[in-house]
Design a protein around this ligand. Sequence first.
Ligand code: KG4
Ligand code: ZN
Length: 344
Amino acid sequence: MSTILGIESSCDETAAALVTSDRTILAQRIASQDEAHRPYGGVVPEIAARAHAERLAPLIEATLADAGMALDDVDAIAATAGPGLIGGVMVGLVTAKALAMATGKPLIAVNHLEGHALSPRLADGDLQYPYMLLLVSGGHCQILLVEGVGKFRRLATTIDDALGEAFDKSAKLLGLGYPGGPAMERLALEGDAKKVPLPRPLKGSDEPHFSFAGLKSAVMRAKQSGQYSDADIAASFQQAAIDCLIDRARRALASVGKVNALVVAGGVAANKAIRGALEALAAEYDLDFVAPPLALCTDNAAMIAWAGVERFALGQSDPLDVAARPRWPLDPEAGAVRGAGVKA
Ligand code: KG4
Ligand code: ZN
C-alpha cells in the first residue's frame, strides 16, 4: 500500500491531502480564498499566488499532523504542475520539489485536469475505464473519454466561457455576488424556467463543442428589459444551461463506443438540477452514473494525491526540473477550437 501527499494551488484554493492506494483520505485541508477575491468578482492571479505562498507550508504541516504522520511516512509527493494560474502553480510545484529534494521521495507532477478526471475512481472503487466525463467548473468545460492514466480523448470543449463561468457572470449581472453558481441555483428554485426566452447556443450543432457567452449576454438583456423577475431569469438560465449540457453529452455519447459510466466532476457538479438531468440521461443510455461527493468535485488536493497514487502504482515519477505549465491539455491531439484560447 502507498501513501501520497497531494498539493493543489492552481486557482484560488490552497490544499493538501494524504491519500492511500486503498482509497482512504487520511487527512485533507483546504484554505479557500473566496474572501480575498470577492471584492473583485473573480480570482485575481497575483492575490492568489501570494495567498498560496503564505498558506501552503503551514497547511501541509497541519495535514500531516491531522493524520499523525511525518513526511518520511509518505511514499511520494504529488503536486499540480498545471494548467492554471501560473503564480499559484509555481508555489505548489516548487514546494513539492523542495520536499522531494529534502526527503529523497519521488515527485509526481500532476495535471490538474487529470486530478479532476480520475477523482471519481477515488470515490468509487468499482469505476472502470473507459468512462465518459463531463468536467464542468469555473475554469473547465469539457467532455472527456477517460481511457486510463494519461489516456484521454477530448470530445468537446467550450469555444468561449466555461459553464461555471457563465453561472458566475450571470449571477454578477443579477447582483448575486461571487461565486455565483450556488446563489443562482438557490434563486432558480423560486423562479419559473419557462418565463424568460433564452438561447441554447450550439444545441443540435454538428460540431461537438459548448458555447455559453451568448447565453450570458441574453441574461444581461433580460435583466435590462426590466420585464422579468431575477428568480425567473435564474431558473430560465439554469434550464437553458441544462438543455445545452444534455444535448452536447448526447452527441458525445453517440460519437464513441461503449463506456462504463457517465461521470460528472468540477464545481458545477454541485448543482442538483444538473446532477438530476445527467442521472436521467445515464439511465436512458443504461449507464452507471457517478458523481463524486462535492468535496471531491470542486478543487481539492485529494484528487491530486489520488492521481499521484495511480501514477505511482505505474512506477511513474518526474524529474526535479519538471516545468510548471499554464496550459497543459489532457489530449494533445485535440486541436484548438474557434474562439477558444482563454481557458485551460
Ligand atoms: O471546481 P471549482 O471549485 O473551481 C474551478 O473552477 O476549477 O468550480 C467552481 C465553479 C464556480 O464557477 C461556481 O460558480 C460553480 O463551480 N458552482 C456551481 C455550483 N456550485 C459551484 N455552479 C452551479 N450550481 C452550483 N450549485
Ligand atoms: Zn479545477
